[in-house]
Design a protein around this ligand. Sequence first.
Ligand code: UT7
Length: 331
Amino acid sequence: MTIQITGTGSALPEKIVTNFDLEKLVETSDEWIQKRTGIAERRISAGETVSSLAADACRKALEMAGKRADEVDLILVATCSPELLLPCCACQVQEMIGASCAVAFDLNAACSGFLFALNTAYAYLHTGIYHNALVVGSEVLSKLVDWKDRGTCILFGDGAGAAFVEASAEDIVRDNGRRAGMECMVQGSDGTKGMVLSCAERAGNNAFIPENPPENPYIHMDGQEVYKFATKQVPACIQDALDRAGLAVDDVDWFMLHQANVRIIESVAKRLRADIARFPMNIHKIGNMSSATIPVLLDEWNRKGSIKTGDRLVLSGFGAGLTYGASILVW
Ligand code: UT7
């Protein structure tokens, strides 16, 4: 059996916000942001929504895979910033693209969301419950960001990426002898550190208790704690996934990491003793889009032809929860 990605797509808001624009909002500088994060600009919604961006990304992924929307079995949208609590974003996407036969639901694992959704799709496809899935990461974080907090507002951006995943009964072997498709996955969560990166929803409020609005309804982050967690946990879980698959770092062509900070990615490369050239990055122009970063990066590298048939990829996400994971697949 082969479970592989056969189409990718992405969608970004048109509005570009540069570091110089942020200099006008908070006490910061383009120099500080670039040096500490690698980010120069990000896309910010001027009306685009989590569902509209997700639907655009899905249409592109389906087009690449040569599939019609009514052939989709499952839609999984990873998001922590839906525009509606009900219905879920995946059902909105189903309606928007006309995926009339699909089962659709959301999944929230913050910046690990796309990876966890991909692994969930894998489980459904591997057991034969469904034969294909649209897996999406979509975020409009700009509405959750405190634009007065220089510690967070410089990091985040909006956007969506999607992958169409298909199962086929036969094993597909590439010219280089590698078996195509998903090979191995590792996932982890540490709820004890949940509050180092959090964002409140509505506080308890009903007919029987006084109104109790959250003190801070925006993203709150202890950046250094998240940084320490990421630089330790991400290389460890990538190594764990490689060990489980019986592979070495040199067997991997591309390490596609969640785009949170260039320094985190450089640190992971160093700890794994892997060439940084094998860690694609696009954070400088789109910032941290939580669950959307990995599928947007995947789509960019796929569309420009950088990923060749038979290449081995490690996808690795990490973020609020805390959550982390790594998946290995052959293109
Ligand atoms: O998606 C997953 C979740 N997020 C992450 O992965 C984020 C992980 N953390 C980080 O990327 C980094 O911790 C940050 C980029 C958020 C912050 O970088 P840092 O090197 O850890 O900076 P810091 O928090 O240690 O702050 C250093 C200094 C402080 O000033 P003092 O106390 O040394 O005078 C901050 O107040 O930099 C100051 N600072 C800023 N200065 C200019 C913090 N933010 C800014 C800013 N502009 N935007």
